[in-house]
Design a protein around this ligand. Structure first.
Ligand code: BGC
Length: 404
């Protein structure tokens, strides 16, 4: 008999997440162009990497194999699925929308609904169509206009079947990697460009929020925000000051700017960052394949700090890169215990979506990281359940976490 049962509120959404470019395959956009560029290949070779591992190609072939993904979702017994629409498929040329791509996603949404799986649809999860990249991408002053036109089109097509919309995925991570560290295309290291892109995202989200509401008053709209638990080591003054600054900038700046333009907060959460006269001074007792510390308590603090916005919270991503499935079940359960605690203390958390359903294309790290509940064979695309699938399926079925 388990010692303890943590029961979740009725109607809590149990889900799994993916994004288009990471799973669909066969996409042409700014990322696909960059990953095949001479500069990228040269840089990978210089680091002793095999460039083939960093080209998304057919990814998990999910565009062709959604039926298999649906089988995985059914086996898990999830009540929600978070995925993104690929902008470059829907609007491959400026202002010209592709009906085939729209029908594809409509079919996907229909199948989810038939299986009582709530679609959580993300409009933009990183890459851009080539025509838009050529106009300057997120640095362009017209981005608000382009994003709204795309959002209006998608929402009018899907409004009868979709309630939950995420406009943008992790604006902070994207802007940081694309404009400060240069890890993501357009590979810039330019604080001004960073500032411009981030503020264009704020504008784009606010306008899209109003437009989406006008088209679909029942729509619930948010962003997926990547928040970190900054912990001030031993509450030493210097650490506390750094923590306050990091919280203000990383965790709350964007949310404060859009606070009157969201119906819920989408939370993506992966880790803590211990501050001890500098960042990233974690204990690292247990780490993922990615080298990220696994500290399940962190989500409690992050959730608690979001209470001030008085909005429902959906955890739109949380997960671990763990090819051997050594820590995944433990990490999910312990994290959920902390989510449960936060709910008990009045946090309005209404859903948890594991990242990711499948092993997929982990952006600049290619296929080297294994976040999936399901392993994916790189040649046949066969999906194989990792042992954690059983554990998570039990949680989804019973709406509770049992701990021995
Ligand atoms: C992103 C995902 C990514 C995951 C793991 C999040 O920052 O939204 O696309 O795969 O983290 O790194």
């Amino acid at each position: 008999m388990p010692n303890k049962i943590f029961k979740f509120p009725p109607g809590f959404f149990w889900g799994a997440s993916t994004s288009a470019y990471q799973v669909e395959g066969g996409i042409t956009n700014d990322w696909s162009q960059w990953e095949k560029s001479g500069a990228r290949i040269k840089e990978l070779k210089a680091r002793g990497k095999n460039p083939d591992d960093y080209i998304s190609g057919l990814a998990c072939n999910s565009y062709e194999m959604f039926a298999e993904d649906l089988e995985c979702l059914k086996e898990l017994g999830v009540s929600s699925y978070r995925f993104s629409i690929e902008w470059s498929r829907v609007e491959p040329e400026e202002g010209k929308f592709n009906n085939e791509a729209i029908s594809h996603y409509q079919e996907q949404i229909k199948l989810l609904r038939q299986n009582k799986i709530e679609p959580f649809v993300t409009l933009w999860h990183y890459p851009l169509p080539l025509w838009l990249k050529n106009k300057g991408g997120w640095e362009s002053g017209d981005m608000e206009k382009y994003f709204c036109r795309y959002a209006e089109k998608v929402v009018s097509e899907f409004k009868n079947e979709v309630v939950f919309w995420t406009t943008l995925n992790e604006p902070d991570i994207y802007c940081g990697f694309s404009y400060l560290t240069g890890k993501f295309p357009p590979n810039k290291k330019n604080p001004l460009a960073y500032w411009r892109a981030l503020h264009n995202m704020i504008k784009a989200h606010r306008s899209a929020y109003k437009k989406i509401k006008a088209i679909s008053p029942k729509a619930k709209i948010g962003v997926s925000k990547h928040n970190i638990y900054f912990e001030a080591y031993k509450n030493r003054l210097a650490n506390v000051i750094l923590k306050k600054m990091a919280d203000w900038w990383w965790n709350f700046y964007f949310l404060n700017k859009i606070k009157d333009y969201q119906d819920f907060i989408g939370l993506n959460h992966y880790r803590r960052d211990t501050i001890n006269y500098g960042f990233n001074k974690n204990e690292n007792k247990i780490v993922s394949d990615f080298g990220w510390e696994l500290y399940p308590e962190s989500i409690y603090y992050v959730l608690r700090d979001l209470k001030k916005y008085h909005k429902p919270i959906y955890i739109t991503e949380h997960g671990v890169s763990d090819g051997q499935d050594k820590h995944r079940s433990w990490f999910i359960k312990e994290t959920l215990k902390n989510v449960h605690q936060a709910i008990k203390e009045g946090v309005d958390a209404r859903g948890y979506s594991y990242w990711s359903l499948l092993d997929n294309f982990e952006w600049a790290d290619g296929f080297t990281q294994k976040f999936g509940l399901y392993e994916v064979d790189r040649k046949t695309f066969k999906r194989t359940a990792r042992p954690s699938v059983k554990v998570y399926a039990e949680i989804c079925k019973n709406n509770e976490v049992r701990v021995d």
